[in-house]
Write a protein that binds this ligand. Sequence first.
Ligand code: GN1
Ligand code: MG
Length: 370
Amino acid sequence: MARGGASLQQKLKKLIYKFNIYGDFVVGTPFGNGHVNDTFLLTFDQGGVRLNYVLQHINSEVFKEPVKVMENIDRVTERILRKIYKSHTETRKRTIRLLRTSDNKPYVFDDNGNCWRAYIYIERARAYDVLETPEQAFGIAKAFGEFQQQLIDLPGDRLNDTIPDFHNTPKRIQQLEEAIAADVTGRVKNVQKEIDFILSRKDDAGELIRLNQSGDIPERITHNDTKCNNILIDDLSGEGICVIDLDTVMPGLSLYDFGDMVRACTSPAEEDETDLDKVYMRFDMYEALFSGFCESAGAFMTAAERENLANAGKIITLEIGTRFLTDYLSGDKYFKIKRAHHNLERCRAQLKLVSSIEEQMNDMMNLLLN
Ligand code: GN1
Ligand code: MG
């Protein structure tokens, strides 16, 4: 029996057949490295051919209104699909294709009120947790820039805010301060160094929000979770061919996406590396992200956005470090953990990366002059 046992297999089978799907269910296995949702890869036999689908449970503690999440994803993926079709070129470029139910909904609720969605698995491509080459970084930044470009003229109403204030860094710091004051786990005494590090950068943390409020930086449709493993890289060409994990696609700042790429793509170590000597920003990877993003997003980026590319990396890395620490102090309720101090380890790695970014800020700013 596959991982998870007979009852899990029955549950997955029952759920997936609520979507319009042909063929015989073979097996489902846990899939991917997400910190929030539960993801499964499901194999079907369709006339002797094996086909794979992804089935995902949307975490409703994190996404309080999953139907609104699905409305956004439905609109965004339809739009991207049209743009891919319109380009009239032979391409491996893809978008997530949601499966639909018999009443044409892209999601189902199970007996416990949990929301599930399913989509076609993209073959011959994979997601990387750590990047190896500047070419990969270039491709990822170019693809996330294209994603913003594809959605720049999305018709209709403003997208739903699936998590309000998701990248409001000052609010994230305020939540940390609340967690420190509550100290429900008694852990505050052990993390004073990390707290001081974050609070001493409180003013810098508000820069992107200030630029938006003053009208210098516009709201756009952004992905908001641009980790390198949220892009599928084509096995053959090495090109970024499909942006995935669209739960947080909503109105945001272009720089949130660039900033999170700097956080997730420039270090040679994993997000939770405990040997902090291994965590630092590789400048050649930053340069590649910068060039890749300018290649696509350069078409619409304003001067103020461009000038803040370097700053965004620092702010978003600080923000995610802050969120990991807040969750650690609050009893690890938000991010899935694999060991006792996992969120603290993740926090420390982010803060080390912030220091490394700060040390290289002048070089990053110099790139803007060319
Ligand atoms: C979460 O689910 P996942 O792993 O793609 C989080 C992101 C963080 C990221 C850190 C909805 O993303 O904001 O940057 O972990 N997603 C949500 O790895 O909070
Ligand atoms: Mg995610």
